[in-house]
Design a protein around this ligand. Sequence first.
Ligand SMILES: Cc1ncc(C[n+]2csc(CCOP(=O)(O)OP(=O)(O)O)c2C)c(N)n1
Length: 334
Amino acid sequence: MDLSTDLWRRRYRLMCLMRRFEEACLTGVGSGEIHGELHTAIGQEAIAAALAEHLRPDDAVTSTHRGHLHAIAASVPLRPLLAEIFEKETGLCGGFGGHMHLFSPEDRFSTTGIVGASLPVALGHAYAARLEGRDAVAVAALGDGAVNTGGFAEAMNMAGVLHLGVVVLIENNEWAISVPFSRSSATATLAERAPAFGAIGERVDGLDPEAVSSALGRAFAHARSGRGPAIVEATCYRFRGHYEGDLDQYRDAGDKHDRITHRDPIRLTAARLVAAGVLSADELAGLDASAAAEIDQLLAVVRDDAQPDAATAHRHVFATGIAPDLGHDREDVR
Ligand SMILES: Cc1ncc(C[n+]2csc(CCOP(=O)(O)OP(=O)(O)O)c2C)c(N)n1
């Protein structure tokens, strides 16, 4: 089989799988199985799918409150990932973290709900790789809002000073909750801030997996070769509200409808592949059907998993063995 056809097959299926995964999470919100604010990245699949193509097993990825797809890109196993989101004891963190707190040390993957806080953690990974003599890259995936935090500027400067192998993947979906990018950035793009930090930077169409993958290829090569940090700003649009339950009254309803209908990265990719004769509409439908079946099966398994025992609710609340005993002991605090 033609290599590029095979690449497109994998890429397209992964985008579909990511969409179906997020839809499974929506099901859990609707049924009341998932509690709290759930943030999906529906509409942003092309970016995470492209990221998956560049990661080596020893690379690290740090992400945000909108981190499901980055976890999939980082090869975090789907069963414990979905189980954590569904708050099950089979989850990555035993169901204690929930959807915003996904940690998989084996995959060097973590998220944080604190906006802007994923980048300093990526710096730690990159510095550790340097000390261990590995040419691993640390990716910090974050949103356009995170770029305006103080921690972002501090961490970027340090990455530049130390020439750390950090790739900053900014998903510019035009909104930070209800604040539009156009009213929160002093620069027309975020990529153009890169030189201030001794980094390279470029902006790409985040609806086009090929464009994102090419830009990431350049960024990874730069970071891996010890030349310092790289920024890729991928433009996109989130299809859902900021979180499930957000009334989303700050965005123009007509524009939103238009984007979802005409600027869906999965549909755009499918149309391009068919037009170029790379894959047929039937083949594409088959790839989506197989991704949907995989997620349906996974959802059924996870739904059957048990929730953590209520008696363990205080586990991980109090540190044991590392601090002076203050009298409020762990297992007996129930
Ligand atoms: C330090 C901090 N400030 C504020 C918040 C509240 N908050 C949660 S998400 C968010 C917006 C983030 O926007 P962006 O970085 O663009 O990511 P997106 O949600 O668009 O993916 C804010 C302000 C937070 N979690 N942490």
